[in-house]
Structures are given as structure tokens and as C-alpha cells.
Design a protein around this ligand. Structure first.
Ligand SMILES: NC(=O)c1ccc[n+]([C@@H]2O[C@H](COP(=O)([O-])OP(=O)(O)OC[C@H]3O[C@@H](n4cnc5c(N)ncnc54)[C@H](O)[C@@H]3O)[C@@H](O)[C@H]2O)c1
Length: 351
């Protein structure tokens, strides 16, 4: 297949590009290299024969690209805090207008589509309403099940997507809606994956995005960290999906799109791969041998949530794909990558 990956020099995009190339596909990685460190991913893609196209996704229709059999839409401003302290234009441009440009191309080329969406489409107020208690190391749900929520499994696709969900979440949800329309109107095979937290090597972590890698990197490099929000004790919980598990899923989806067509699926590490920041700190100390200064900010920002854990039951009913890598392995892999990385990588991931 000819496959175009927008955001192809980002964290997830570059892993997908390498996988696809390894399977013998022709791969184009379109990226404007706006994410700090994406140029380092571009440098490792080019020798492998991935066509790196340095361009803004908004201008993708002006490029002379061949008709693609498949497109993976991964270009984004992926921070849930985007626009909190400034103009909304940037995040809306890349996350929503960028999707629309790609959908037009997909229509012309009759491409199959894989959309990398997010758990952040779900209502922040709704997620904050779920009852929880504080145990020594983490927050734990303690209330009753409600639509889209089961305390033993987490958040499913039926959870409310009502406002508000952050600019990031809103642009992703709007993109999902447009993609579904294009898919139906023009007969494009398409699947939407709502990923929770994804982590692994080659994630160019920033203070506002890529928390697992940021945590490991700053431990590895002996730099301070800060617990932010919900009293600043690090009890917030997320589930973690290793990027290699994500890649294995997307390969299956591209190879047999008719099986996946029309589905909107939560995809994450699930209950078994959930961890709080406090627990992550201990894991990072064990893995790297370094304990770092931990500051605390009690005030919670407008888009944070106490707990998010993915209910994978819908996707598990469609496939025998399952996440394989533990949180410990994810942290190990990131630590090993940073330990061996050259100074340019270390400069970027030290945040
Ligand atoms: N990392 C996660 O935990 C996570 C979770 C859920 C969903 N996602 C989604 O997966 C996708 C990839 O995320 P990621 O973690 O690899 O992020 P990333 O920031 O590493 O990759 C995104 C890439 O898009 C590029 N980009 C940004 N604006 C662009 C533009 N206007 N034109 C062309 N390229 C542009 C950046 O330079 C970057 O390389 C995103 O759509 C994100 O919303 C990520």
C-alpha cells in the first residue's frame, strides 16, 4: 500500500511509519516539524526509505503526492492544555481544519482512514463527577456504575461527550464527526481509535504532554518534577498503552479495514496498566536508581481529571488484539532509550 501519515515525524507517527516500511509498504510522513524533536525522528525515518515531506497539513492539497491507499491522521497539537493561556486558533487549525484538508484528499484518492482520536473527547465535568476516594498512593473510584462507566472496567464509548472537553478534545470530537460523514457519504473505509495515554521511546515529552516519558526522562537525567493539581500529591491515575501495542493494532486495522469500518473504539492499557503519578515516581526511582526533587502545586487546572482508565471491552469483542506490554516494560523501554540517546534527544526530553 501507499500510506500517508500526517504528523509522521511525531511520536506515534514515526513508530507507525517504521512498522509500515518494515512490512514493505510505501510510506510518506508529512510533518511541519513544529513539535520540538520531530526533526530527530525525521532523521531516523529518511535512511529507512520513508519519504519525509516537510509541510503543513493545511497545505497538503497543494503538494504533488501520489494517490494514497491509506491515510493515518496523526498530525495534531496533542496537548489538552492547548489554548488554556492563549489563542485557540493554532489548535483548531491543525486539529480540525487539518483533518478537513485530509478528508478531501481521502475522498479524491478513495483512501482508507485510521483516525487517532483521544479519550479527551469525554466530558471533563462528567469524569470529575464520578465518585472517588484517596488511598495511600492513588485515587480509586468508589461510586456506582452509570452510562459509560463501570468501576471495575473504566470508561467506555458510551460515556458523555457533552461540553466541556478542552479545545483539544473538542477539535478531536469535531474531527471524528466529519470523518464519519465523509466515510459514509463517499464510501471510505474508516476507523476511529480513542486512545488514552500512549507512551514509549521517541516521545519528545514536554511539560504539558507526554507525562510518562517526561517522568522517566527527568528521573534518568536527575531533574526536578512537580505534582500539579488535586492537592498536588500525585494521586491522579491514568492507564498506559505502549506505543508498540498501538502499532500492532493499527497494522491490523489497515490490513483489513472492512472488519473495523465504522467503529469508534476506546483503546488503552486498561485497569491492569493503570498507575498514579506517585506510583510512577516509585517505579522511576526503581528503574533509574535516581530520586529527584518533587515540588507540589495544589491548584487544579481547568482540564485535569482525577482518574481515567480505558474500558477496552468493545475493542476486545472485535479482535484478539490485546495490550501486551506492562507499565513496567514501558518505563524500562523509555529509560533504556534515554540512557543510550545522544545529547540532542536528552536536551529535548529534559523538558
Ligand atoms: N500521545 C498520546 O498519549 C496520545 C493519546 C491519544 C491520542 N493521541 C493522538 O495521536 C496523534 C499523534 O500524537 P503524538 O503523541 O504522536 O503527538 P506528536 O506531537 O508527537 O506528533 C504530532 C506531529 O504532528 C506534527 N504537526 C503539528 N502541527 C502540524 C501541522 N500543522 N502540519 C503538519 N504536521 C504538524 C508535529 O510536528 C508532530 O511531529 C495525535 O493526533 C494525538 O491527538 C496521542
Amino acid at each position: 500500500m501507499k500510506v500517508l501519515i500526517t504528523g509522521g515525524c511525531g511520536f506515534i507517527g514515526s513508530h507507525l511509519a517504521i512498522r509500515l516500511k518494515g512490512l514493505g509498504h510505501q510510506v510518506w510522513a508529512l510533518d511541519n516539524l513544529s513539535r520540538q524533536g520531530s526533526e530527530l525522528n525525521a532523521q531516523r525515518l529518511m535512511p529507512l526509505g520513508v519519504q519525509v515531506v516537510q509541510a503543513d497539513v493545511l497545505n497538503a492539497a497543494d503538494l504533488s503526492l501520489p494517490a494514497m491507499d491509506a491515510m493515518i491522521l496523526a498530525a495534531a497539537e496533542p496537548s489538552v492544555s492547548a489554548g488554556l493561556q492563549g489563542a485557540a486558533g493554532g489548535v483548531v487549525d491543525v486539529n480540525l481544519k487539518g483533518t478537513l484538508v485530509c478528508l478531501e484528499l481521502a475522498r479524491q484518492w478513495s483512501s482508507r482512514l485510521v483516525f487517532l482520536s483521544t479519550s479527551r473527547v469525554y466530558s471533563i465535568a462528567g469524569l470529575r463527577t464520578l465518585e472517588y476516594r484517596r488511598s495511600a498512593k492513588r485515587f480509586e473510584w468508589c461510586g456506582d456504575a452509570c452510562p459509560g462507566f463501570c468501576p471495575n472496567f473504566g470508561i467506555s464509548e458510551d460515556f458523555s461527550t457533552a461540553a466541556s472537553r478542552s479545545l483539544y478534545g473538542a477539535t478531536k470530537l469535531a474531527s471524528e464527526i466529519m470523518l464519519s460523514e465523509y466515510s459514509r457519504l463517499y464510501g471510505l473505509g474508516a476507523v476511529i481509535n480513542r486512545f488514552g495515554l500512549v507512551a514509549g521511546p521517541w516521545q519528545m515529552a514536554r511539560a504539558d504532554q507526554g507525562v510518562i516519558t517526561l517522568w522517566v526522562a527527568r528521573h534518568q537525567l536527575g531533574l526536578p518534577l512537580r505534582y500539579i493539581g488535586f492537592d498536588g500529591q500525585g494521586h491522579q491515575v491514568r492507564d498506559v498503552l505502549h506505543v508498540d501495542d498501538l502499532c500492532e493494532l493499527v497494522m491490523r486495522q489497515l490490513e483489513d479495514i472492512s472488519h473495523w469500518h465504522g467503529h469508534i473504539l476506546n483503546v488503552g492499557g486498561g485497569m491492569q496498566r493503570s498507575i498514579s503519578l506517585r506510583e510512577l515516581t516509585e517505579l522511576c526511582v526503581d528503574t533509574t536508581g535516581n530520586r529527584v526533587d518533587l515540588d507540589s502545586q495544589a491548584v487544579t487546572n481547568a482540564v485535569d481529571i482525577p482518574i481515567y482508565i480505558t474500558d477496552n471491552r468493545r475493542i476486545e469483542s472485535l479482535t484478539d488484539w490485546r495490550p501486551q506490554r506492562s507499565v513496567e516494560q514501558t518505563v524500562d523501554d523509555i529509560s533504556e532509550w534515554i540512557r543510550k540517546a545522544d545529547p540532542a534527544v536528552k536536551r529535548v526530553v529534559s523538558g
